[in-house]
Design a protein around this ligand. Structure first.
Ligand SMILES: *Cc1c(COP(=O)(O)O)cnc(C)c1O
Length: 391
């Protein structure tokens, strides 16, 4: 397999090299508070049959991979929900089963390998929480140093995780968007490789592995994939995996992808319907998708338009209800962002054919933000001293 970069804006091709992050021409026109211009996609050339290994479709050789088992997450067949909702081919991909308990490990893994291949030992990033704890954990396995810019409001578990793994953490007064800008300025001045989502081309490329796995697990293409969207990188990763499979002639269609956003942090949704990105500060219980400027917005939007994808919104209440519903019906406890994908399906399912193969991406483990989950349950007020108190 041969690989190069392709600019998602001007379609110019570049050789893959570690200091090229965005297209030098398109990024010159970058405006403040707008999605990235010149996001680079990895383009693959070669042939593969249906017994391909996922490693062989990645642009970094296996010898550079960190020794931590990322991916190959279980594909659940939730019997109770299948029966209740009447979808016999409903699946849930449990990416909370990754080593640091979120989907972000797919991106961090490839970034780590890419840095190692080029002798770079320092990684810098901004994160709402999961990307940071992920890079910290994978960096720990690879012996790399990680510097993380984290909004001060990030859930405690994600901060504790990053510090446990030994990252240097700067807590930022302000939003994820502020942290993003600080981390870019930091890596420009201090060097190292920046792992910011969409900015580092290996993030989208790493995230494509979910689609390659789905194809191998299902032995076919699903009809619908639901994923929560913040920056739009998972969305593009999902498309990239299926597009690679199509390019290799292993599948003949791309699934309909539903991007699910939180009602009060829905920049991609607004842009999808109005054609432009506006920075409107938002809030949602699903901190992982609380993003004012989706960094991969332009790229994600063009993928959605090209492949008949949809963008929908769900309220925080629907997210919290979907989280509890999923937990109680399946035993899978996912964080609010993961539950947003489930809520999106619950909202949309009347419009889908019951015989469709549907995959919901549960992108993070529920224990990552137990205080959000606590709003969807009743914690007993009274404590008991003996059984006499309740009998
Ligand atoms: C980051 C994240 C998302 C959203 O991914 P984007 O690439 O930012 O759209 C969804 N769920 C979880 C758990 C995440 O950590």
């Amino acid at each position: 397999m041969e690989f190069n970069y392709l600019c998602s804006c001007c379609k110019k091709r570049f050789e893959i090299e570690p200091h090229l992050m965005v297209c030098p021409d398109c990024s010159n026109r970058q405006e403040a508070d707008q999605p990235l211009l010149g996001v680079l996609e990895v383009e693959l050339h070669g042939t593969a049959d249906k017994n391909f290994t996922i490693d062989s479709l990645l642009p970094v050789e296996k010898e550079y991979f960190p020794s931590i088992p990322v991916g190959w997450t279980p594909l659940w067949e939730p019997l109770n929900l299948r029966q209740e909702w009447g979808f016999d081919f409903l699946y849930i991909k449990d990416d909370g089963a990754n080593p640091t308990s979120s989907f972000k490990d797919r991106a961090s893994f490839l970034v780590s390998a890419f840095a190692r291949k080029h002798g770079i030992n320092d990684l810098v990033l901004a994160s709402t929480g999961n990307a940071g704890s992920s890079m910290a954990g994978i960096g720990a396995a690879a012996g790399q140093k990680v510097v993380l810019f984290l909004p001060s409001k990030a859930p405690a578990a994600k901060l504790v995780q990053a510090l446990q793994y030994g990252a240097t953490v700067y807590r930022v007064q302000g939003s994820y968007d502020d942290a993003y800008d600080l981390s870019l300025a930091y890596s420009r001045q201090r060097g190292g490789m920046n792992r910011n989502t969409a900015y580092n081309p290996m993030t989208i490329e790493g995230k494509k592995t979910v689609s390659l796995e789905l194809f191998q697990q299902l032995q076919k293409v699903p009809d619908y994939v639901f994923t929560a969207t913040g920056d739009g990188c998972i969305l593009s990763g999902v498309y990239k995996g299926f597009r690679d499979l199509k390019k290799l002639g292993l599948i003949d269609r791309i699934p309909v992808v539903y991007s699910v956003q939180a009602e009060n942090s829905a920049a991609l949704f607004r842009a999808f319907h109005r054609g432009k990105f506006e920075k409107i500060p938002g809030t949602t219980v699903a901190d992982s998708i609380c993003v004012d400027v989706p960094r991969n917005g332009f790229h994600a939007l063009s993928q959605l338009k090209a492949h008949g994808g949809r963008v929908i919104t769900v309220s925080d209440e629907m997210i919290i209800q979907a989280q509890a519903k999923l937990s109680r019906s399946t035993g899978l406890f996912t964080e609010p962002a993961g539950a947003a994908a489930v809520a999106g399906f619950m909202k949309e399912k009347e419009n889908l054919p019951k015989e469709a193969t549907v995959v919901l991406l549960a992108t993070g483990n529920g224990l990552k933000d137990s205080s959000a989950a606590a709003t969807g349950i009743r914690v007993p007020e009274n404590t008991i001293g003996s059984l006499n108190d309740i009998m």
